[in-house]
Design a protein around this ligand. Sequence first.
Ligand SMILES: C[S@@+](CC[C@H](N)C(=O)[O-])C[C@H]1O[C@@H](n2cnc3c(N)ncnc32)[C@H](O)[C@@H]1O
Length: 214
Amino acid sequence: MKAVDHVRRIVRLTGEFFEDRWFDLTRNVRTSGDTSLLAAGIAAEDFHDSEYYVPARPRHIRQALREMPVQDVTGFSYVDLGSGKGRTLFVAAELPFKQIIGVELSCLLHQQACANIHSFRSSTQGCRHITSLHQNAKDFTFPEGHIVLYLFNPFGSATMQCVLNNLKASLQRRPCHIIIILLWPRCGDQVAAIEGMHLRCETRQYQIFEVHTS
Ligand SMILES: C[S@@+](CC[C@H](N)C(=O)[O-])C[C@H]1O[C@@H](n2cnc3c(N)ncnc32)[C@H](O)[C@@H]1O
């Protein structure tokens, strides 16, 4: 690696470090820092299809939320599958969602998310109904009504397929409007394969899909 690339990398990492700490400090939460699967207490049999905790950068989450093909989110539930310590729940809470739900496999990370929900303070809070569930995303039952589903590479394709099958089943049960945000997307093909799903926006950092059923 050339010296200039080293300098660029150091500048980027320093910027990310301060952005993370600033977010936590100003919201009275502790969402920064990676946590390995082992440290998070995830069972060995789940290692093969689980990703470890790396919080997304607040500015990337906000950019993706701004690109959603809806202006008024008051009728939408926001769901983050693999929510870790809850970083994205607090970014989503800047908007007036009907409710915000995080689903996390690790009991330890879920407990940290609950502590963060309790301590969270923000002058720009638009949603006060924030919940963390300790659950495997495969077993999550989607709430009724319109949904913004956010995923930042929490698991591999096998778990993803179970989640999408559950989502398809709930789409068939009742009419709704679903928006799916994939941050640093790896499983866009699986989402795109759902009948009626449309890719609405694509950048290097995220893909946004939408489906309406009636
Ligand atoms: C890359 S982190 C994403 C954290 C957070 N969503 C964000 O964007 O800042 C992936 C998270 O998914 C969780 N996870 C992995 N497999 C899971 C599963 N099957 N069900 C629920 N959570 C899972 C991990 O414990 C980890 O916290």
